[in-house]
Design a protein around this ligand. Sequence first.
Ligand SMILES: Cc1cc2nc3c(=O)[nH]c(=O)nc-3n(C[C@H](O)[C@H](O)[C@H](O)COP(=O)(O)O)c2cc1C
Length: 181
Amino acid sequence: MTDFFFEELSEEIHKGVNKKGHPFRYITMATVGNGTVARLRTVVLRQVSKDLRLTIYTDSRTEKINHIKENNQISLLLYHPKKLLQLKIEGIAQLVTDTERLKQYWTGVQPSSRKDYITNQSPGSSINNPEQVEYIEDENYFAMIDIVPSKIEYLKLKRPNHIRVAFKKENSDWNGTFLVP
Ligand SMILES: Cc1cc2nc3c(=O)[nH]c(=O)nc-3n(C[C@H](O)[C@H](O)[C@H](O)COP(=O)(O)O)c2cc1C
């Protein structure tokens, strides 16, 4: 009975990548690393596979990369305001090491967006003003992170009943349980 909701959430996640203006294009990613406080940030959902492996791009010097190296368990939050649909995803983050894959997607990054991965100083370094950022020409810090979900919680607010379903991946099957919203 929960299959319908899994299909819906899967379809919406795919739209985040494939449909212009879809709210799941921008997702919130939380890491903890070795710390005790979750660190949250907005990232762009770049790719999604049939089995819901999600991929984002980043600079390899960012704090999220350090966190993932310390602790690869992460959470994602996706929210669709018109549908009042929230997805909470938990999974494992894997830093992509396949140089061919990295090269292929780096080639596809728009020239205007390449600046995000070629700053001279690491992202998060202090500067005196925003025009002070310098860029390097001959290398880049482009990195990709795959997120392999193991739990997805679906919540839709609607009348007469809100719908909340916890999905857990067991072997390669997603099993759902309805929860009190
Ligand atoms: C609309 C928007 C989209 C963003 N997309 C990305 C992204 O795809 N990848 C990324 O690394 N940072 C992205 N950022 C910046 C992050 O939110 C964050 O500030 C940055 O990655 C540093 O985070 P960290 O120090 O926790 O690693 C985006 C920010 C905004 C506001």
